[in-house]
Design a protein around this ligand. Structure first.
Ligand SMILES: [Zn+2]
Ligand SMILES: [Zn+2]
Length: 121
């Protein structure tokens, strides 16, 4: 695997929103829960947990929130034009972001080392 040089950049499908990640994600997770199946419109979604301070966005992000089974608020930020999802967050834990890392330019990052919710796989 080639070494990744930070910062790396990402963009949504229409290119209206761009972002930069300045350090490696803390962990990359494949989540097999029903919500992620719906979100990704496939069998699972890949999430890179990152420090909020390591990510900067440029462009107009829209927001949507839902209450998870755990009672936690699950916020989502996405491009208002093409609808591409950027990250999820819990407003109670503002220091961490769950990046939908598939729109980063370095696809090597899309390499999960942990699988969660395999019961719903
Ligand atoms: Zn877009
Ligand atoms: Zn999930």
């Amino acid at each position: 695997m080639k070494e990744i040089k930070y910062p790396i950049t990402g963009a949504c499908q229409c290119g209206e929103v761009t972002y930069q990640l300045t350090e490696p994600p803390l962990v990359v997770i494949a989540c097999h829960c029903r919500e992620c199946q719906k979100l990704s419109i496939t069998a699972f979604s890949i999430t890179a947990l990152a420090n909020t301070t390591a990510v900067t966005f440029k462009g107009d992000l829209k927001e949507w929130r839902r209450i998870a089974d755990s009672g936690n608020v699950n916020g989502a930020k996405f491009c208002g034009t093409c609808g591409n999802r950027f990250f999820h967050f819990n407003p109670a834990e503002p220091d961490k972001l769950k990046l939908k890392s598939s729109n980063l330019s370095h696809t090597q990052i899309i390499n999960p080392t942990m699988h969660v919710w395999v019961s719903q796989k």
